[in-house]
Design a protein around this ligand. Structure first.
Ligand SMILES: Cc1cc2nc3c(=O)[nH]c(=O)nc-3n(C[C@H](O)[C@H](O)[C@H](O)COP(=O)(O)OP(=O)(O)OC[C@H]3O[C@@H](n4cnc5c(N)ncnc54)[C@H](O)[C@@H]3O)c2cc1C
Length: 313
């Protein structure tokens, strides 16, 4: 592991989190209420920003437990994440989680970002290794003087201050892991390093989530695992989802979607129905909440959320 202890050299007063009004995901999960959360990514264009802020404003009244913002490698992309989480923390009532990765950065550079996030009042960080820029399937090459694994970043964050730290989990195993048990062992290590919660990659079969949680509990790890769900709203997503996430897309659902592919409303209705059904099964199986991959749009997520909320009322 790269030397996480060096974070202690940073002056604590430079970190702004102590004054923040933001709640931690740890506190929110401890209430026992199902936690609904929405993921956004920082857009690259003005149109993208307008669409994102429309989605944020439309989803805000649903009072999600938290929203989170993905992180990309490189200067401008990195700055966009910091800017977006700062604005959400300052301009909305939402609790925000900033993603952070180990990609293309030395430990000192990662610490600078941690400092910026703390100064923006951010208390929740999802600690990720990340993938190689431009080709997520390429073998990961750590930066000299950087961190090798998400576990190292968890340690760095915990040594840097009182952050609530989340990590990624993979119900169908991470694509580089030799087998599912080895992958779960590394997830348990991230939790032993101090992670407070985990959020899963998207998936489509409740049994994969239940089995992951059972394996984790078998290793003595009791960290809450929030399942990630993405409603499919157009047929093109089917291929992309499997390619990018490695999740096995259910063939029966693919057949239903393809049968109505010329009718966007019908495709969306099926996507919403299938995702809502998965959410119901996950909550019934004891999931602490649902994490929605929104792709910066609000409609499908709002429909699913409202239908789940009606069940819970
Ligand atoms: C909820 C979620 C959010 C995400 N957000 C982003 C984002 O904002 N930006 C982004 O770039 N990517 C994001 N990703 C993608 C993620 O960065 C990639 O999937 C990456 O390949 C793995 O990240 P990780 O944090 O799980 O890595 P790690 O936990 O470090 O695992 C990487 C691989 O190494 C293995 N491993 C782990 N620890 C060890 C160890 N100590 N020794 C040996 N092997 C080990 C694991 O089994 C796995 O195969 C996200 C993924 C998820 C599920």
């Amino acid at each position: 592991m790269a030397g996480a202890a060096s974070a202690r050299w940073l002056p604590a007063q430079r970190r702004g989190y102590a004054a923040s009004m933001q709640r931690t995901v740890r506190e929110l999960l401890a209430t026992g209420e199902p936690s609904f959360s929405f993921e956004f990514f920082p857009p690259k264009t003005d149109d993208g920003w307008n669409q994102l802020w429309r989605a944020i404003r439309e989803l805000e009244p649903l009072q999600p437990a938290f929203v989170d913002v993905t992180y990309g490698a490189g200067g401008t992309t990195r700055d966009r994440t910091v800017e977006l989480v700062r604005r959400i923390a300052e301009e909305t009532s939402l609790t925000v989680v900033a993603h952070l990765t180990c990609v293309s950065a030395t430990e000192a550079e990662i610490l600078e970002v941690i400092d910026e996030l703390a100064a923006a009042g951010i208390r929740n960080i999802l600690a990720l290794r990340g993938d190689m820029p431009g080709d997520p399937s390429a073998a990961f090459r750590p930066t000299a003087g950087g961190l090798d694994y998400a576990e190292d970043l968890v340690r760095l964050l915990k040594a840097s201050g009182d952050f609530c730290v989340g990590v990624a989990a993979f119900p169908e195993k991470h694509r580089e892991a030799p087998d599912i048990d080895t992958d779960t062992k590394f997830l348990a290590q991230k939790c032993a390093a101090g992670a407070d919660f985990a959020v899963t990659q998207l998936f489509f079969h409740v049994a994969d989530y239940v089995a992951l949680v059972e394996r984790l509990r078998g290793l003595g790890c009791d960290v809450p695992v929030i399942p990630g769900v993405m409603p499919v709203t157009n047929v093109r997503q089917i291929l992309n989802i499997s390619r990018l996430s490695g999740a096995a897309f259910p063939p029966d659902v693919a057949r239903r979607l393809h049968a109505v592919e010329d009718n966007p409303e019908a495709v969306r209705a099926i996507g919403v129905e299938v995702a809502a059904q998965l959410c119901r099964q996950l909550l019934a199986a004891g999931a602490p909440g649902i994490h929605f991959y929104t792709l910066n749009r609000s409609t499908a997520t709002r429909e699913i959320y409202e239908s789940l909320h009606a069940d819970l009322a």
